[in-house]
Design a binder for this molecule. Structure first.
Ligand SMILES: Cc1cc2nc3c(=O)[nH]c(=O)nc-3n(C[C@H](O)[C@H](O)[C@H](O)COP(=O)(O)O)c2cc1C
Length: 218
C-alpha cells in the first residue's frame, strides 16, 4: 500500500468539464477505452455500504445488494445519446457539449427503499436508511473518480441535467425507481482546443481546521 500515491491521486482529482461542439462531436475512442474503464469498476465497487438494496431493485442481471447502479456509456454510446437528444430537439446545455467529447460516461443511480404509495421519478422518503444508501453510492462514485484520475482521465461529477429525465431513463433502460446521483463524465487528457471549465468550488475547502475539530472529553 503506497500512502503517497493515494494522497497524490486524491489531490490530483479535479473537476474539468470539456465542452465540445455538439454539432461536431469528437470521434469516439476505440474499444480499449471501454476495456480500461471496465477494469476500474471492480475496485470502484470496494466501497462501504450498510443496508442492502431492497429486493425490488435486484432483478437479473443487476442482482447485487449494493445500493448503487452504474449505467455505463462508452464513447460511441455517448455520441448516440447526443444524437438522440438532437434528433428529438431536447435542449441539453452542457450535457450535450460533454457527450460530444467524453470517452465514457456513467449514469450513477442509488436505490431508495420502496414507498407506499410509489413516489414520482427522482423522489424518495427522507429516512436514515435512504441517507445511508446515498452515502454508500457516493463512496463508490468517488472511488470511480479517483481510479479514473489515476488512469489519466479528466473527470466531472454532474447533477445530471437532462439525464434525470424520464425520456432518457426510457431510452437507456434505467428503472425509474432508481434515483440519479450523478452523471460521471470521463474525458481524454488531451482536451484539444475546446473550452474547459473547472468546478466552481475548486480549492474552496479551506484549511482542515475550518471543517474538522478534535473532540476533547473531560
Ligand atoms: C453530487 C455532486 C453534484 C455535482 N453537480 C454539479 C453540477 O451539476 N454542475 C457543476 O458545475 N458541478 C457539479 N459538481 C461538481 C462541483 O462543482 C465540484 O466538485 C466542486 O466545484 C469542487 O471542485 P473539484 O471537484 O475540482 O474539487 C457536483 C459535485 C457533486 C459532489
Amino acid at each position: 500500500m503506497n500512502l503517497d500515491s493515494l494522497q497524490s491521486t486524491i489531490k490530483a482529482r479535479h473537476t474539468l468539464k470539456v465542452l465540445g461542439d455538439p454539432e461536431h462531436p469528437w470521434e469516439a475512442p476505440g474499444p480499449e477505452s471501454r476495456a480500461r474503464l471496465a477494469e476500474l469498476l471492480e475496485a470502484a465497487s470496494c466501497a462501504p455500504f450498510h443496508f442492502p438494496a431492497d429486493t425490488l431493485h435486484r432483478d437479473e442481471p443487476l442482482t447485487s445488494p449494493v445500493p448503487w447502479r452504474f449505467h455505463l456509456f462508452d464513447g460511441q454510446n455517448c455520441r448516440r445519446l447526443l444524437g438522440r437528444l438532437q434528433a428529438e430537439q431536447i435542449e441539453s446545455g452542457n450535457i450535450a457539449k460533454m457527450l460530444a467529447t467524453a470517452d465514457a460516461m456513467a449514469v450513477v443511480t442509488w436505490l431508495p427503499d420502496p414507498h407506499d404509495p410509489p413516489l414520482e421519478i427522482q423522489q424518495f422518503a427522507p429516512t436514515q436508511r435512504n441517507m445511508e444508501h446515498i452515502a454508500a453510492a457516493s463512496a463508490a462514485t468517488q472511488n470511480l473518480l479517483l481510479l479514473a484520475t489515476a488512469a489519466g482521465w479528466n473527470s466531472y461529477w454532474s447533477s445530471g441535467g437532462v439525464l434525470r429525465s424520464l425520456q432518457v431513463y426510457e431510452w437507456t433502460a434505467i428503472d425509474p425507481r432508481e434515483v440519479l446521483l450523478g452523471g460521471v463524465f470521463l474525458f481524454p487528457t488531451d482536451t484539444q482546443s475546446v473550452p474547459t471549465k473547472p468546478g466552481a468550488n475548486r480549492g474552496k475547502q479551506g484549511p482542515v481546521s475550518a471543517w474538522s475539530r478534535w473532540v476533547s472529553m473531560d
